[in-house]
Design a protein around this ligand. Structure first.
Ligand SMILES: *Cc1c(COP(=O)(O)O)cnc(C)c1O
Length: 436
């Protein structure tokens, strides 16, 4: 067991001044019954904590770090940009270039509004959809996460699901009542909601590949059916690609499945590790935004030049190097190894499954398959916590929750993946032996 002395000291200090010691709930490691490690630095696929321990990282900042931590070209771009000024409250060439680059990769993204987080992208997308249709209600899916705006903290995935708080206190019930909840991979539940409120639904919002209840793929054809039902009922389809955008291909996963979203939300990778989000769509919908339309939206640091430069550099590297086949192969290698670990688990009376989309994976301990949030909630939290610590003790940092994806970056080597698989098999064996 490596030392956690400095992390524990920092945790104690943080607990005095920061609610729960963290600035985002999943970081608190409550679901795995421990205090978090505090990170000092990251390089490539490796993190160094405050005590000098190093870890192979599969959190990757929850998605942005697709090139690994502190990619030299990205950090150099940021340093260059910082010397030119941190923001001006005025438009810059960089914003034009990022909008053009996103637009060139995503067909429906004729126009792009940059914001500073995925949450803001969600707030803006919902407001546009409500304005475009003149309707109040939104359909979302149980276990999908679209940021922490009031309307979206209803059966939300990610941290809310991890902490058993998918609905938040402080959200007026009148507002929450406008958010209707369907089951992922169940078109019937969507149809039922449209039947219940045929003229009230402004939009259906979906993660086209879900990654906030763990990774859950859409059934073949289900997104197409979803788009048809939404449009048949006069509602918009909002695809939340804050994780999946530029993660599975250079562009949108919804479009790669033959869907044309009415609005798309982006974040994470497009900021290259810095805070950036975006909402994008056809001109006729996006032009509802102020200053030319009636939908107000603004941000002091929106399109911030340092963040945008980081995003531009990251997207440029992805475009030049096209690493998606290699990322998928790395994902497949890890998936195969984790399947072996699950087999090991079964030999000892346990169960589980592995879900994967490209370089996103979740190994669920407990359920034999996960197609929706109910099945994800069937996981064995206690066993997962032990598995998590088994991995951590072997130098592997995976997300501290069953309801998050593991992220592979271009910096992860086959040797890294093989080391991870070995650690997973050992950690699973520890579970069988009841070792904690
Ligand atoms: C992370 C995430 C968000 C929220 O983005 P923030 O930048 O954390 O506000 C929204 N949607 C999805 C699918 C996400 O994974």
């Amino acid at each position: 067991m490596t030392s956690r002395k400095k992390s524990d000291e920092l945790f104690n200090r943080a607990s005095v001044k920061i609610p729960g010691a963290v600035n985002s709930p999943v970081r608190a490691w409550k679901a795995v019954g421990a205090n978090p490690i505090f990170i000092e630095s990251g390089s490539g696929a490796t993190l160094i904590d405050a005590d000098g321990n190093s870890f192979l990282d599969y959190v990757c900042s929850y998605g942005p770090a697709i090139l690994g931590h502190a990619h030299p070209r990205v950090t150099q771009a940021i340093a260059e940009q910082a010397r030119l000024g941190l923001g001006f409250g005025a438009p810059t060439r960089l914003e034009v270039e990022l909008a053009e680059l996103i637009s060139s990769a995503i067909k429906c993204a004729q126009k792009v509004r940059l914001v500073s987080s995925g949450t803001e992208a969600g707030i803006t997308a919902l407001r546009i959809a409500r304005a475009a249709t003149g309707r109040p209600n939104i359909i979302k899916f149980d276990g999908c996460y679209h940021g922490h705006s009031d309307s979206m903290l209803v059966r939300a995935g990610s941290g809310g699901m991890t902490l058993g708080q998918p609905d938040s206190a402080g959200v007026p019930s009148a507002l929450a009542a406008m958010t209707m909840v369907a089951r992922y991979n169940s078109i019937e539940t969507v149809e039922g909601l449209f039947r219940a409120a045929p003229d009230k639904i402004a939009a259906v919002i979906v993660e086209p590949v879900a990654a906030n209840m763990g990774v859950v793929n859409p059934d073949p054809g289900s997104l197409k059916a979803l788009a048809e039902i939404a449009h048949h009922n006069g509602a918009l389809l909002i695809c939340d690609e804050v994780i999946s955008g530029f993660r599975l291909s250079f562009g949108s996963v919804a479009e790669s499945m033959g869907i044309a979203p009415d609005l798309i939300m982006l974040g994470k990778i497009i900021g290259g590790g810095m805070p950036v989000g975006a909402v994008a769509g056809p001109a006729k919908i996006m032009d509802l935004l102020a200053p030319i339309g009636p939908v107000y939206q603004a941000g002091t640091l929106s399109g911030n030049p340092v963040s945008v430069r980081a995003g531009l550099e990251t997207l440029s590297i992805l475009k030049e190097t096209n690493p998606y086949a290699a990322l998928d192969a790395a994902g497949a290698r890890l998936e195969a190894g984790l399947h072996e670990a699950v087999k090991e688990l079964r030999k000892n009376g346990g169960s589980g499954c592995v879900n994967r989309a490209g370089s996103l994976l979740t190994m669920f301990i407990g359920p034999e398959r996960v197609r929706d949030a109910d099945e994800a909630r069937g996981c064995d939290g206690g066993k997962f916590a032990k598995f998590f610590h088994g991995m951590l003790d072997r130098g592997i940092n995976i997300p501290p929750s069953q309801f998050e994806a593991m992220f592979i970056s271009t910096a992860h080597t086959n040797a890294d993946i093989d080391r991870t698989i070995a650690a997973a098999r050992e950690s699973v064996c520890d579970l069988a032996r009841g070792k904690s």
